[in-house]
Design a protein around this ligand. Structure first.
Ligand code: AMP
Length: 411
């Protein structure tokens, strides 16, 4: 299958070739023909699958066939995404794919001054990528009208809800024309997401890529039972004993992320934090350093981690277990992208045991437990973590055979 066979037009084909895309990814092969027909789409897909090109290429193609003269440019396509990093990444993609067309795009997000964003908007754009808060802000100030939007994309819907954007999304929906093509993407599909999608989509087709089970099965996972106070020591131990090149550590809070970076630094491990309290420039700088291999360990909150597009992520560490089990799956999906296998470990303290239960139920797997010297808790009876603490270091891709807890539940 080629992009040409999917019906993509010449100027976009040229740009894709220049990007080095030789063939469509599965989500592109499925979504592009549906979207070129003008249908609505519900996509269950994570970043790393080629999702951005899957939805931007058909939109650009629709617009390329009817871009008005510059003076009359109106926003015809709107893409909403939860974080600044993702917004920037999407607009970068759009610019690349549209470079041989007359289409103009821009991106807006909060946390920076609005002047230059407003200036670009005033010159007229066809495609706008935005985070919800700044979008509403500029709509309310009269700088943006959504009256001419024919294509609407809600990206990373599950994260939008997690971040409390539901009211903003509903306000934005009210400002959109009824007649439009709508696309809805979410990495996970809990009930709340399905409900929201019903309010947005008309008659839609569904595309399912990398379902949760596939990610959970592909990634080599392990759990470390550890008291909260020993988590940093354990992290240092893992990072010092295992040769991982690019490590993404998830922290529940921004404060926690900063603390981890400080403790790692005291132990001689260089890392950087990325979260919402950092300025846009700081975040972009850290991301670039991580991508270029100048920093090996990045400590991120869930929100900030959404924008991290690193194909060679070798280890994901969940320093805190999330209370939403789907988030666990999404986090481990940051490693082992496409068909590659990845490594993911999680630290679980006493209070996080109920979260672990929900996670294991969702992925239908018992996670293998790694024994180590930093677990001094007496665990529950019958639990394999109750075994006497002993030193055993983490061995990527070798635990599956070494622990009895990793067997799939028989029911
Ligand atoms: P996404 O899931 O949209 O974040 O894309 C993940 C990565 O895959 C990005 O770095 C894209 O540039 C890249 N990509 C998307 N489509 C293709 C393709 N057909 N061939 C090769 N790389 C691609």
């Amino acid at each position: 299958m080629t992009f040409k066979e999917l019906g993509v037009i010449e100027p976009i084909l040229k740009a894709l070739a220049e990007k080095g895309y030789t063939q469509p990814t599965p989500i592109q092969a499925q979504a592009i023909p549906v979207l070129l027909k003008g249908k609505d789409l519900l996509g269950s897909a994570q970043t790393g699958t080629g999702k951005t090109a899957a939805f931007t290429i058909p939109i650009l193609q629709h617009l390329a066939e009817g871009v008005p003269p510059k003076k009359q440019r109106k926003i015809q396509a709107l893409i909403i995404t939860p974080t600044r990093e993702l917004a920037i990444q999407i607009d970068d993609n759009i610019r690349a794919y549209a470079q041989h067309t007359d289409i103009r795009s821009t991106v807006i997000f909060g946390g920076v001054k609005q002047e230059s964003q407003v200036k670009t908007l005033k010159r007229g754009v066809d495609v706008l990528t935005a985070t919800p808060g700044r979008l509403l802000d500029l709509i309310n100030q009269g700088f943006i009208s959504l009256k001419n939007v024919n294509h609407f994309v809600l990206d990373e819907a599950d994260q939008m809800l997690d971040m409390g954007f539901v009211h903003d999304i509903k306000k934005i929906l009210k400002k959109l024309p009824q007649e439009r093509q709508s696309l809805f993407f979410s990495a996970t599909m809990p009930k709340s997401i399905i409900e929201l999608s019903k309010q947005i989509l008309g008659d839609f087709e569904r595309v399912n890529i990398a379902p949760q089970q596939t990610t959970a099965e592909r990634v080599d996972q392990a759990i470390y039972f550890v008291p909260k106070k020993n988590k940093t020591k354990l992290l240092v131990h893992v990072l010092k004993t295992e040769p991982f090149e690019t490590v993404l550590v998830f922290s529940r809070t921004k404060h926690g992320a900063n603390k981890i970076v400080k403790k790692l630094s005291q132990a001689g491990i260089q890392s950087a934090a990325i979260h919402g309290n950092k300025s846009q420039n700081q975040r972009q700088k850290v991301l670039n350093e991580f991508k270029d291999g100048k920093i090996n360990v990045l400590v991120a909150t869930d929100i900030a981690a959404r924008g991290i597009d690193v194909s060679q992520l070798s280890l994901v560490v969940q320093f805190d277990l999330p209370n939403v089990p789907e988030t666990y799956v999404h986090r481990i999906g940051r490693t082992g992208r496409a068909k590659a296998s990845g490594n993911a470990i999680a630290f679980c303290d006493k209070d996080e045991r109920p979260y672990l239960k929900s996670i294991e139920k969702l992925i239908d797997q018992r996670l293998p437990v790694v024994k180590h010297e930093f677990n001094e808790v007496v665990a529950e009876e019958g639990d394999s973590s109750s075994a006497k603490p002993q030193k055993k270091s983490y061995k990527p891709n070798s635990r599956r055979n070494s622990n009895s807890r990793n067997k799939k539940k028989s029911n």
